[in-house]
Design a protein around this ligand. Structure first.
Ligand code: ZN
Length: 446
């Protein structure tokens, strides 16, 4: 009996070390000067102080097929196509990570600096502000390169486990916009999916997700909002670990209630929401989490989301003189598209990634500000406890409504499209197109 037990232990240890090599790393992207803050349109907000540091964090996973996959999370509002191309090119050329094995998620933090051309229609910068933004963007590119390299360099034998907790912070924010929005539903996804990365020395990495805008704050300080507070809390609980936050499908959710005044920040609620989320993760880790075995089968593809017709050129020109600020910049952008492209494009490119991990775990990475229905739908389809659905990967292309939200309209369903530079709302085929592509990629990743 005793011998058999020792043999089993040895077998287990051998199996674990052969299955995964995991490496984590973090890179500080806190600005060293006052920078324009991202996420809210209108008057430029220059940062005045740092509440806590903001980070890029990476998890590299080498499975027993020899392939290495990398997930990078960021306390940023999002990335643009241009940024993704630069980061992915460096990852491929310097570290051999193919595009389908690189997932780039952003927490959608609204208390971070503006980078590159992300949400470019929101802002009108002075030359000095633009120069600050460009300096910061250059630093961010080098930090992506650094953090991916460091995670790969840190690869060591590890075990992975997955489970999910629950936290009641997210509220469907579409219900909070006045009398007509009271008819909207209160759909939310309050699951907190957690991947724990363990080595002989204990918890080395924690990847956790939530479906909720990081908009508890919006003042003049640099911080990671509730997600930043949650990461801080977890790294305190598990010294030496790297805690990574993945924004899931929080397109239509806010942390509520919140306290926000003009240029004033009450961090109590944001910090409390972070602690609640961290507690859900801690409780999940303290249970017997089911092991997550490799390898990772990765698939990536693209669909095109069709747009409704835009405003005719004559009408844009007629209305332009009456506009100021962001609406003026939007109309000028569409007029420019008529002049250079013949008309504003009728579709939006929409990349999707799927990692099938082991026999039955599915990680679905969608693009843009995905609403909660996608998370609920794909978990219902592929398994409530074996599926992780996240938006906010790749380009922060637009809000991505489900058919329900598209039909209801309002900000996430219709009116939010102009500020992303798109000519009109998506057609009602939006959900069908995404669902079909996800199905195809899930099959391909088997
Ligand atoms: Zn948003």
């Amino acid at each position: 009996m005793k011998h058999a037990f020792i043999f089993l232990l040895m077998l287990h240890a051998t199996f674990a070390s052969a299955a995964w090599q995991a490496g984590v790393a973090k890179a500080d992207i806190t600005p060293t000067e006052s920078v324009p803050l991202a996420g809210y349109g209108g008057k430029t907000r220059m940062s005045q102080r740092v509440e806590h540091a903001i980070w890029l964090k990476a998890l590299a996973l080498k499975d027993d097929s020899g392939a290495t996959s990398v997930l990078v999370t960021a306390d940023l509002v999002g990335l643009s196509d241009k940024m993704v191309a630069i980061i992915a090119k460096a990852a491929l050329e310097n570290h051999g990570i193919p595009r389908e094995r690189l997932i780039l998620n952003a927490s959608h933090n609204h208390s971070c600096p503006v980078t590159a051309d992300v949400l470019w229609l929101y802002y009108e910068f002075t030359p000095e502000e633009a120069a600050v933004k460009d300096r910061y963007t250059a630093m961010v590119y080098s930090k992506y390169e650094e953090v991916i390299g460091a995670a790969i360099a840190n690869l060591e034998p590890a075990e992975l486990a997955f489970d999910q907790g629950l936290a009641g912070v997210a509220v469907n924010r579409r219900r909070s916009r006045g009398p007509e929005s009271r008819a909207f539903g209160g759909q939310v996804d309050q699951d907190v999916p957690v991947i724990a990365v363990k080595t002989g020395k204990g918890i080395k990495g924690i990847v956790f997700g939530y479906s909720c805008h990081t908009t508890a704050l919006g003042g003049l300080s640099i911080n990671g909002d509730y997600a930043g507070f949650a990461q801080l809390e977890l790294e305190k609980t598990f010294p030496g670990s790297v805690a990574m936050f993945v924004q899931n499908c929080g397109g239509d959710a806010n942390p509520l209630p919140r306290i926000r005044g003009k240029d004033v920040e009450a961090t109590e609620l944001a910090s409390m929401y972070g602690k609640i989320l961290a507690e859900a993760v801690r409780q999940t880790i303290s249970t017997q989490m089911p092991p997550l075995n490799g390898p990772i089968h990765a698939a990536m593809g693209e669909t095109e989301l069709m747009l409704q017709p835009g405003i005719p050129l004559e009408e844009l020109k007629q209305r332009l003189p009456n506009l100021t600020g962001m609406p003026k910049r939007e109309f000028e952008h569409f007029i420019h598209q008529y002049a250079t492209l013949g008309s504003p494009p009728d579709r939006v490119k929409y990349p999707i990634q799927v990692w099938r991990i082991g026999a039955d775990f599915t990680f679905i990475a969608l693009t843009g500000e995905t609403v909660v229905d996608y998370s609920l739908k794909f978990k219902a389809t592929y398994g409530w406890n074996t599926t992780w659905v996240c938006g906010y990967n790749n380009d922060l292309t637009s809000y991505v409504p489900s058919l329900r939200v598209r039909k209801e309209g309002s900000y996430e369903g219709a009116t939010g499209m102009f500020e992303y530079g798109h000519r009109a709302p998506y057609t009602e085929a939006v959900e069908e197109l995404i669902t079909a592509k996800v199905e195809e990629l899930v099959k391909q990743a088997k």
